[in-house]
Ligand binder design. Structure first.
Ligand SMILES: Nc1ncnc2c1ncn2[C@@H]1O[C@H](COP(=O)(O)OP(=O)(O)O)[C@@H](O)[C@H]1O
Ligand SMILES: N[C@@H](CCOP(=O)(O)O)C(=O)O
Length: 321
């Protein structure tokens, strides 16, 4: 469960007084997620999500995330909508953290995505990219190449306590990707964390996307690479090329990948695997005392990284020749 910051009912009552969403009936911490503290709120007027932003979310970036959710919804993307206070503010402060209330999105995430889920997800990702094309704000990806080394520095001395040789494996990969990271590909708004737990389905039809708190301006194809990592591996560690093919084809029906984006996919997929390996490693080594959170396994992404290192072309992911 991700609750790093507790909220007392009296604090929440006072916070809600600024909103026109009724009075509090009940609330509880949400058992999923690892980044922020999330609470499900039941008020006399409906169900809402309260998020308290934690360590990886910079206060100055919140207008980007809030503005992006509004922009995407206005273009038909189903995503949570920030709820304004009576005074029109989208952001507040609660228990010492920046906080926002967003609308509740119905649906369930899938634990074991099928090829059909992957295909739908690919289409939704491409629609998100197109809808974001005229979003006027920009936000650099703090967790791309330049951001990986500081994460590594934070974990390097203890990396080998998680797996022997992990330190050397990360150091080699970091150097190689920093020297050869793809450039000149189309950029725009990317979600950057579109894992299965951040996509909702109703009756097996994709119904919405949540968790825009890593969204940024970066290579569009990098977002595809993140999704190949998150959606197309089996629990036994094998890459499922049928799912990869479905995801890429679903994406391509809405926004065809350029040949140079396809060619860059193996390297982008390595970068995406390294990014999640690093954040998971840092979180694994430093669980805040008293936090209700289950850290995610960093070594899952070491295994994925090894797979990508052996890939010779994007055909291995299912990209049609
Ligand atoms: N707008 C929403 N509608 C419905 N459920 C939500 C919404 N936002 C978050 N959740 C629930 O809270 C969980 C954690 O939210 P998430 O944004 O992924 O957290 P984190 O910021 O820690 O990554 C989600 O997996 C989902 O179950
Ligand atoms: N997707 C990341 C973790 C952060 O995302 P969340 O939505 O699960 O909080 C990972 O799997 O490492």
């Amino acid at each position: 469960m991700a609750v790093y910051t507790d909220v007392a009912a009296s604090q929440l009552d006072a916070f809600l007084a600024d909103y026109a969403i009724g009075t509090l009936v009940s609330y509880h911490g949400i058992a999923e997620g690892v980044e922020n503290s999330n609470f499900l709120l039941q008020t006399t007027l409906g169900t809402f999500i309260l998020t308290l932003y934690e360590k990886r979310v910079a206060r100055g970036d919140l207008p980007f995330f809030i503005g992006l959710m509004q922009h995407l919804a206005a273009r038909g993307i189903s995503c949570p909508q920030p709820v304004a206070t009576r005074g029109g503010a989208m952001l507040g402060e609660l228990a010492g953290r920046p906080a926002a209330i967003v609308t509740f999105l119905p649906g369930v995430s899938v634990r074991r995505p099928s090829a059909d889920h992957c295909g739908q997800l690919g289409g939704a990702l491409a629609r998100l990219h197109l809808a974001g094309a005229d979003f006027p704000m920009r936000r650099a990806n703090g967790l791309s190449v330049a951001g990986w080394r500081p994460l590594f520095e934070a974990a390097r001395d203890r990396a080998d306590t998680v797996a022997p040789g992990l330190h050397a494996a990360i150091a080699t990969e970091l150097d190689d990707l920093a020297a050869h990271w793809p450039a000149g590909l189309p950029t725009g708004v990317i979600h950057a964390d579109l894992f299965p737990d951040n996509a909702f389905f109703l009756d097996d039809t994709l119904s919405g996307i949540i968790d825009f708190y890593f969204a940024c301006t970066d290579l569009l194809a990098y977002d595809v690479a993140v999704c190949l990592n998150a959606w197309c591996f089996e629990p036994d560690g094998a890459f499922n090329a049928t799912k990869g093919r479905a995801l890429i084809a679903g994406y391509g029906k809405v926004r065809p990948l350029l040949p140079e984006e396809g060619a860059a996919l193996p390297r982008l997929a390595r970068g995406a695997a390294l990014r999640f390996l690093l954040t998971r490693l840092v979180d694994w080594l430093d669980v805040p005392e008293g936090a209700l959170v289950r850290p995610k396994d960093p070594l899952e992404y070491l295994r994925k990284l090894r797979f990508h290192r052996a890939v010779t072309s994007a055909r291995d992911y299912g990209l049609a020749a």
